[in-house]
Design a protein around this ligand. Structure first.
Ligand code: HEM
Length: 187
């Protein structure tokens, strides 16, 4: 694959989808961790519903991102050693896979517990598996394990972005940030 020393920028839509997904993931992990220990009170049920809606939204946004990437490919990578380029590519593929697999594992888990997911309280989604207590236990463990994997990968992904910015001083991070207006510009 060609390398680009200056680094072409990501499109505005790709940047918006990237940061919107990041915000939703952080919010949903916080919501997931906070809702589980709550006693059975109306707030718990409300938080479970929000958690599911945000998760399904992440799934839909990820499908949109992949579709967008198919039509408008990402800019070529900034100059870096071949092993780093391969590692970055592998992490990206795994991240996309998890952004699809985590919501689906949650949906499967919900189905196995016999609770139908109603997206935004409006759109009933089909149950993916019949109610099954034993399967629900396995799916819950899967949902949590996938989240731990996501956390580890996000740490690697963030550390790499910061290394590019502060040590290599290349545009790998800034080309994924919204454009800021140069100081002193008018209009
Ligand atoms: C971005 C996507 C998602 C993320 C990052 C995420 C993350 C999490 C986290 C961190 C927990 C807490 C685990 C624990 O402490 O036991 C959790 C629990 C849960 N998630 Fe998700 N989740 C996502 C999507 C979904 C979706 C789409 C559904 C269902 C449609 C779902 C259903 C559940 C349920 C039912 C629990 C509670 C498990 C329990 O009661 O112990 N999740 N999730």
């Amino acid at each position: 694959m060609a390398v680009d020393a200056t680094g072409g920028r990501y499109s505005g839509a790709a940047i918006a989808l990237h940061w919107l997904t990041a915000v939703l993931i952080v919010a949903n992990v916080a919501l997931g961790l906070s809702m589980v220990p709550l006693p059975i009170i109306p707030r718990k049920l409300q938080w479970y519903a929000w958690h599911k809606w945000i998760g399904i939204t992440v799934f839909l946004l990820t499908c949109a991102r992949l579709g967008w990437r198919g039509v408008f490919p990402a800019p070529p990578p900034v100059a870096m050693p071949e092993w780093q380029r391969r590692a970055a590519e592998a992490v990206q593929v795994l991240l996309y896979t998890l952004l699809l697999a985590i919501p689906v594992s949650g949906w499967l888990y919900s189905s196995a517990t016999g609770v139908q997911v109603v997206y935004l309280g409006l759109v009933p989604l089909p149950d993916l598996v019949p109610t099954d207590k034993a399967l629900a236990g396995v799916l819950k463990g899967t949902h949590v394990a996938l989240n731990f994997t996501l956390f580890a990968l996000v740490c690697v992904h963030t550390a790499a972005a910061l290394k590019h910015h502060f040590i290599d001083r290349d545009p790998a991070l800034t080309r994924m940030l919204p454009r800021t207006r140069p100081k002193g510009s008018i209009g």
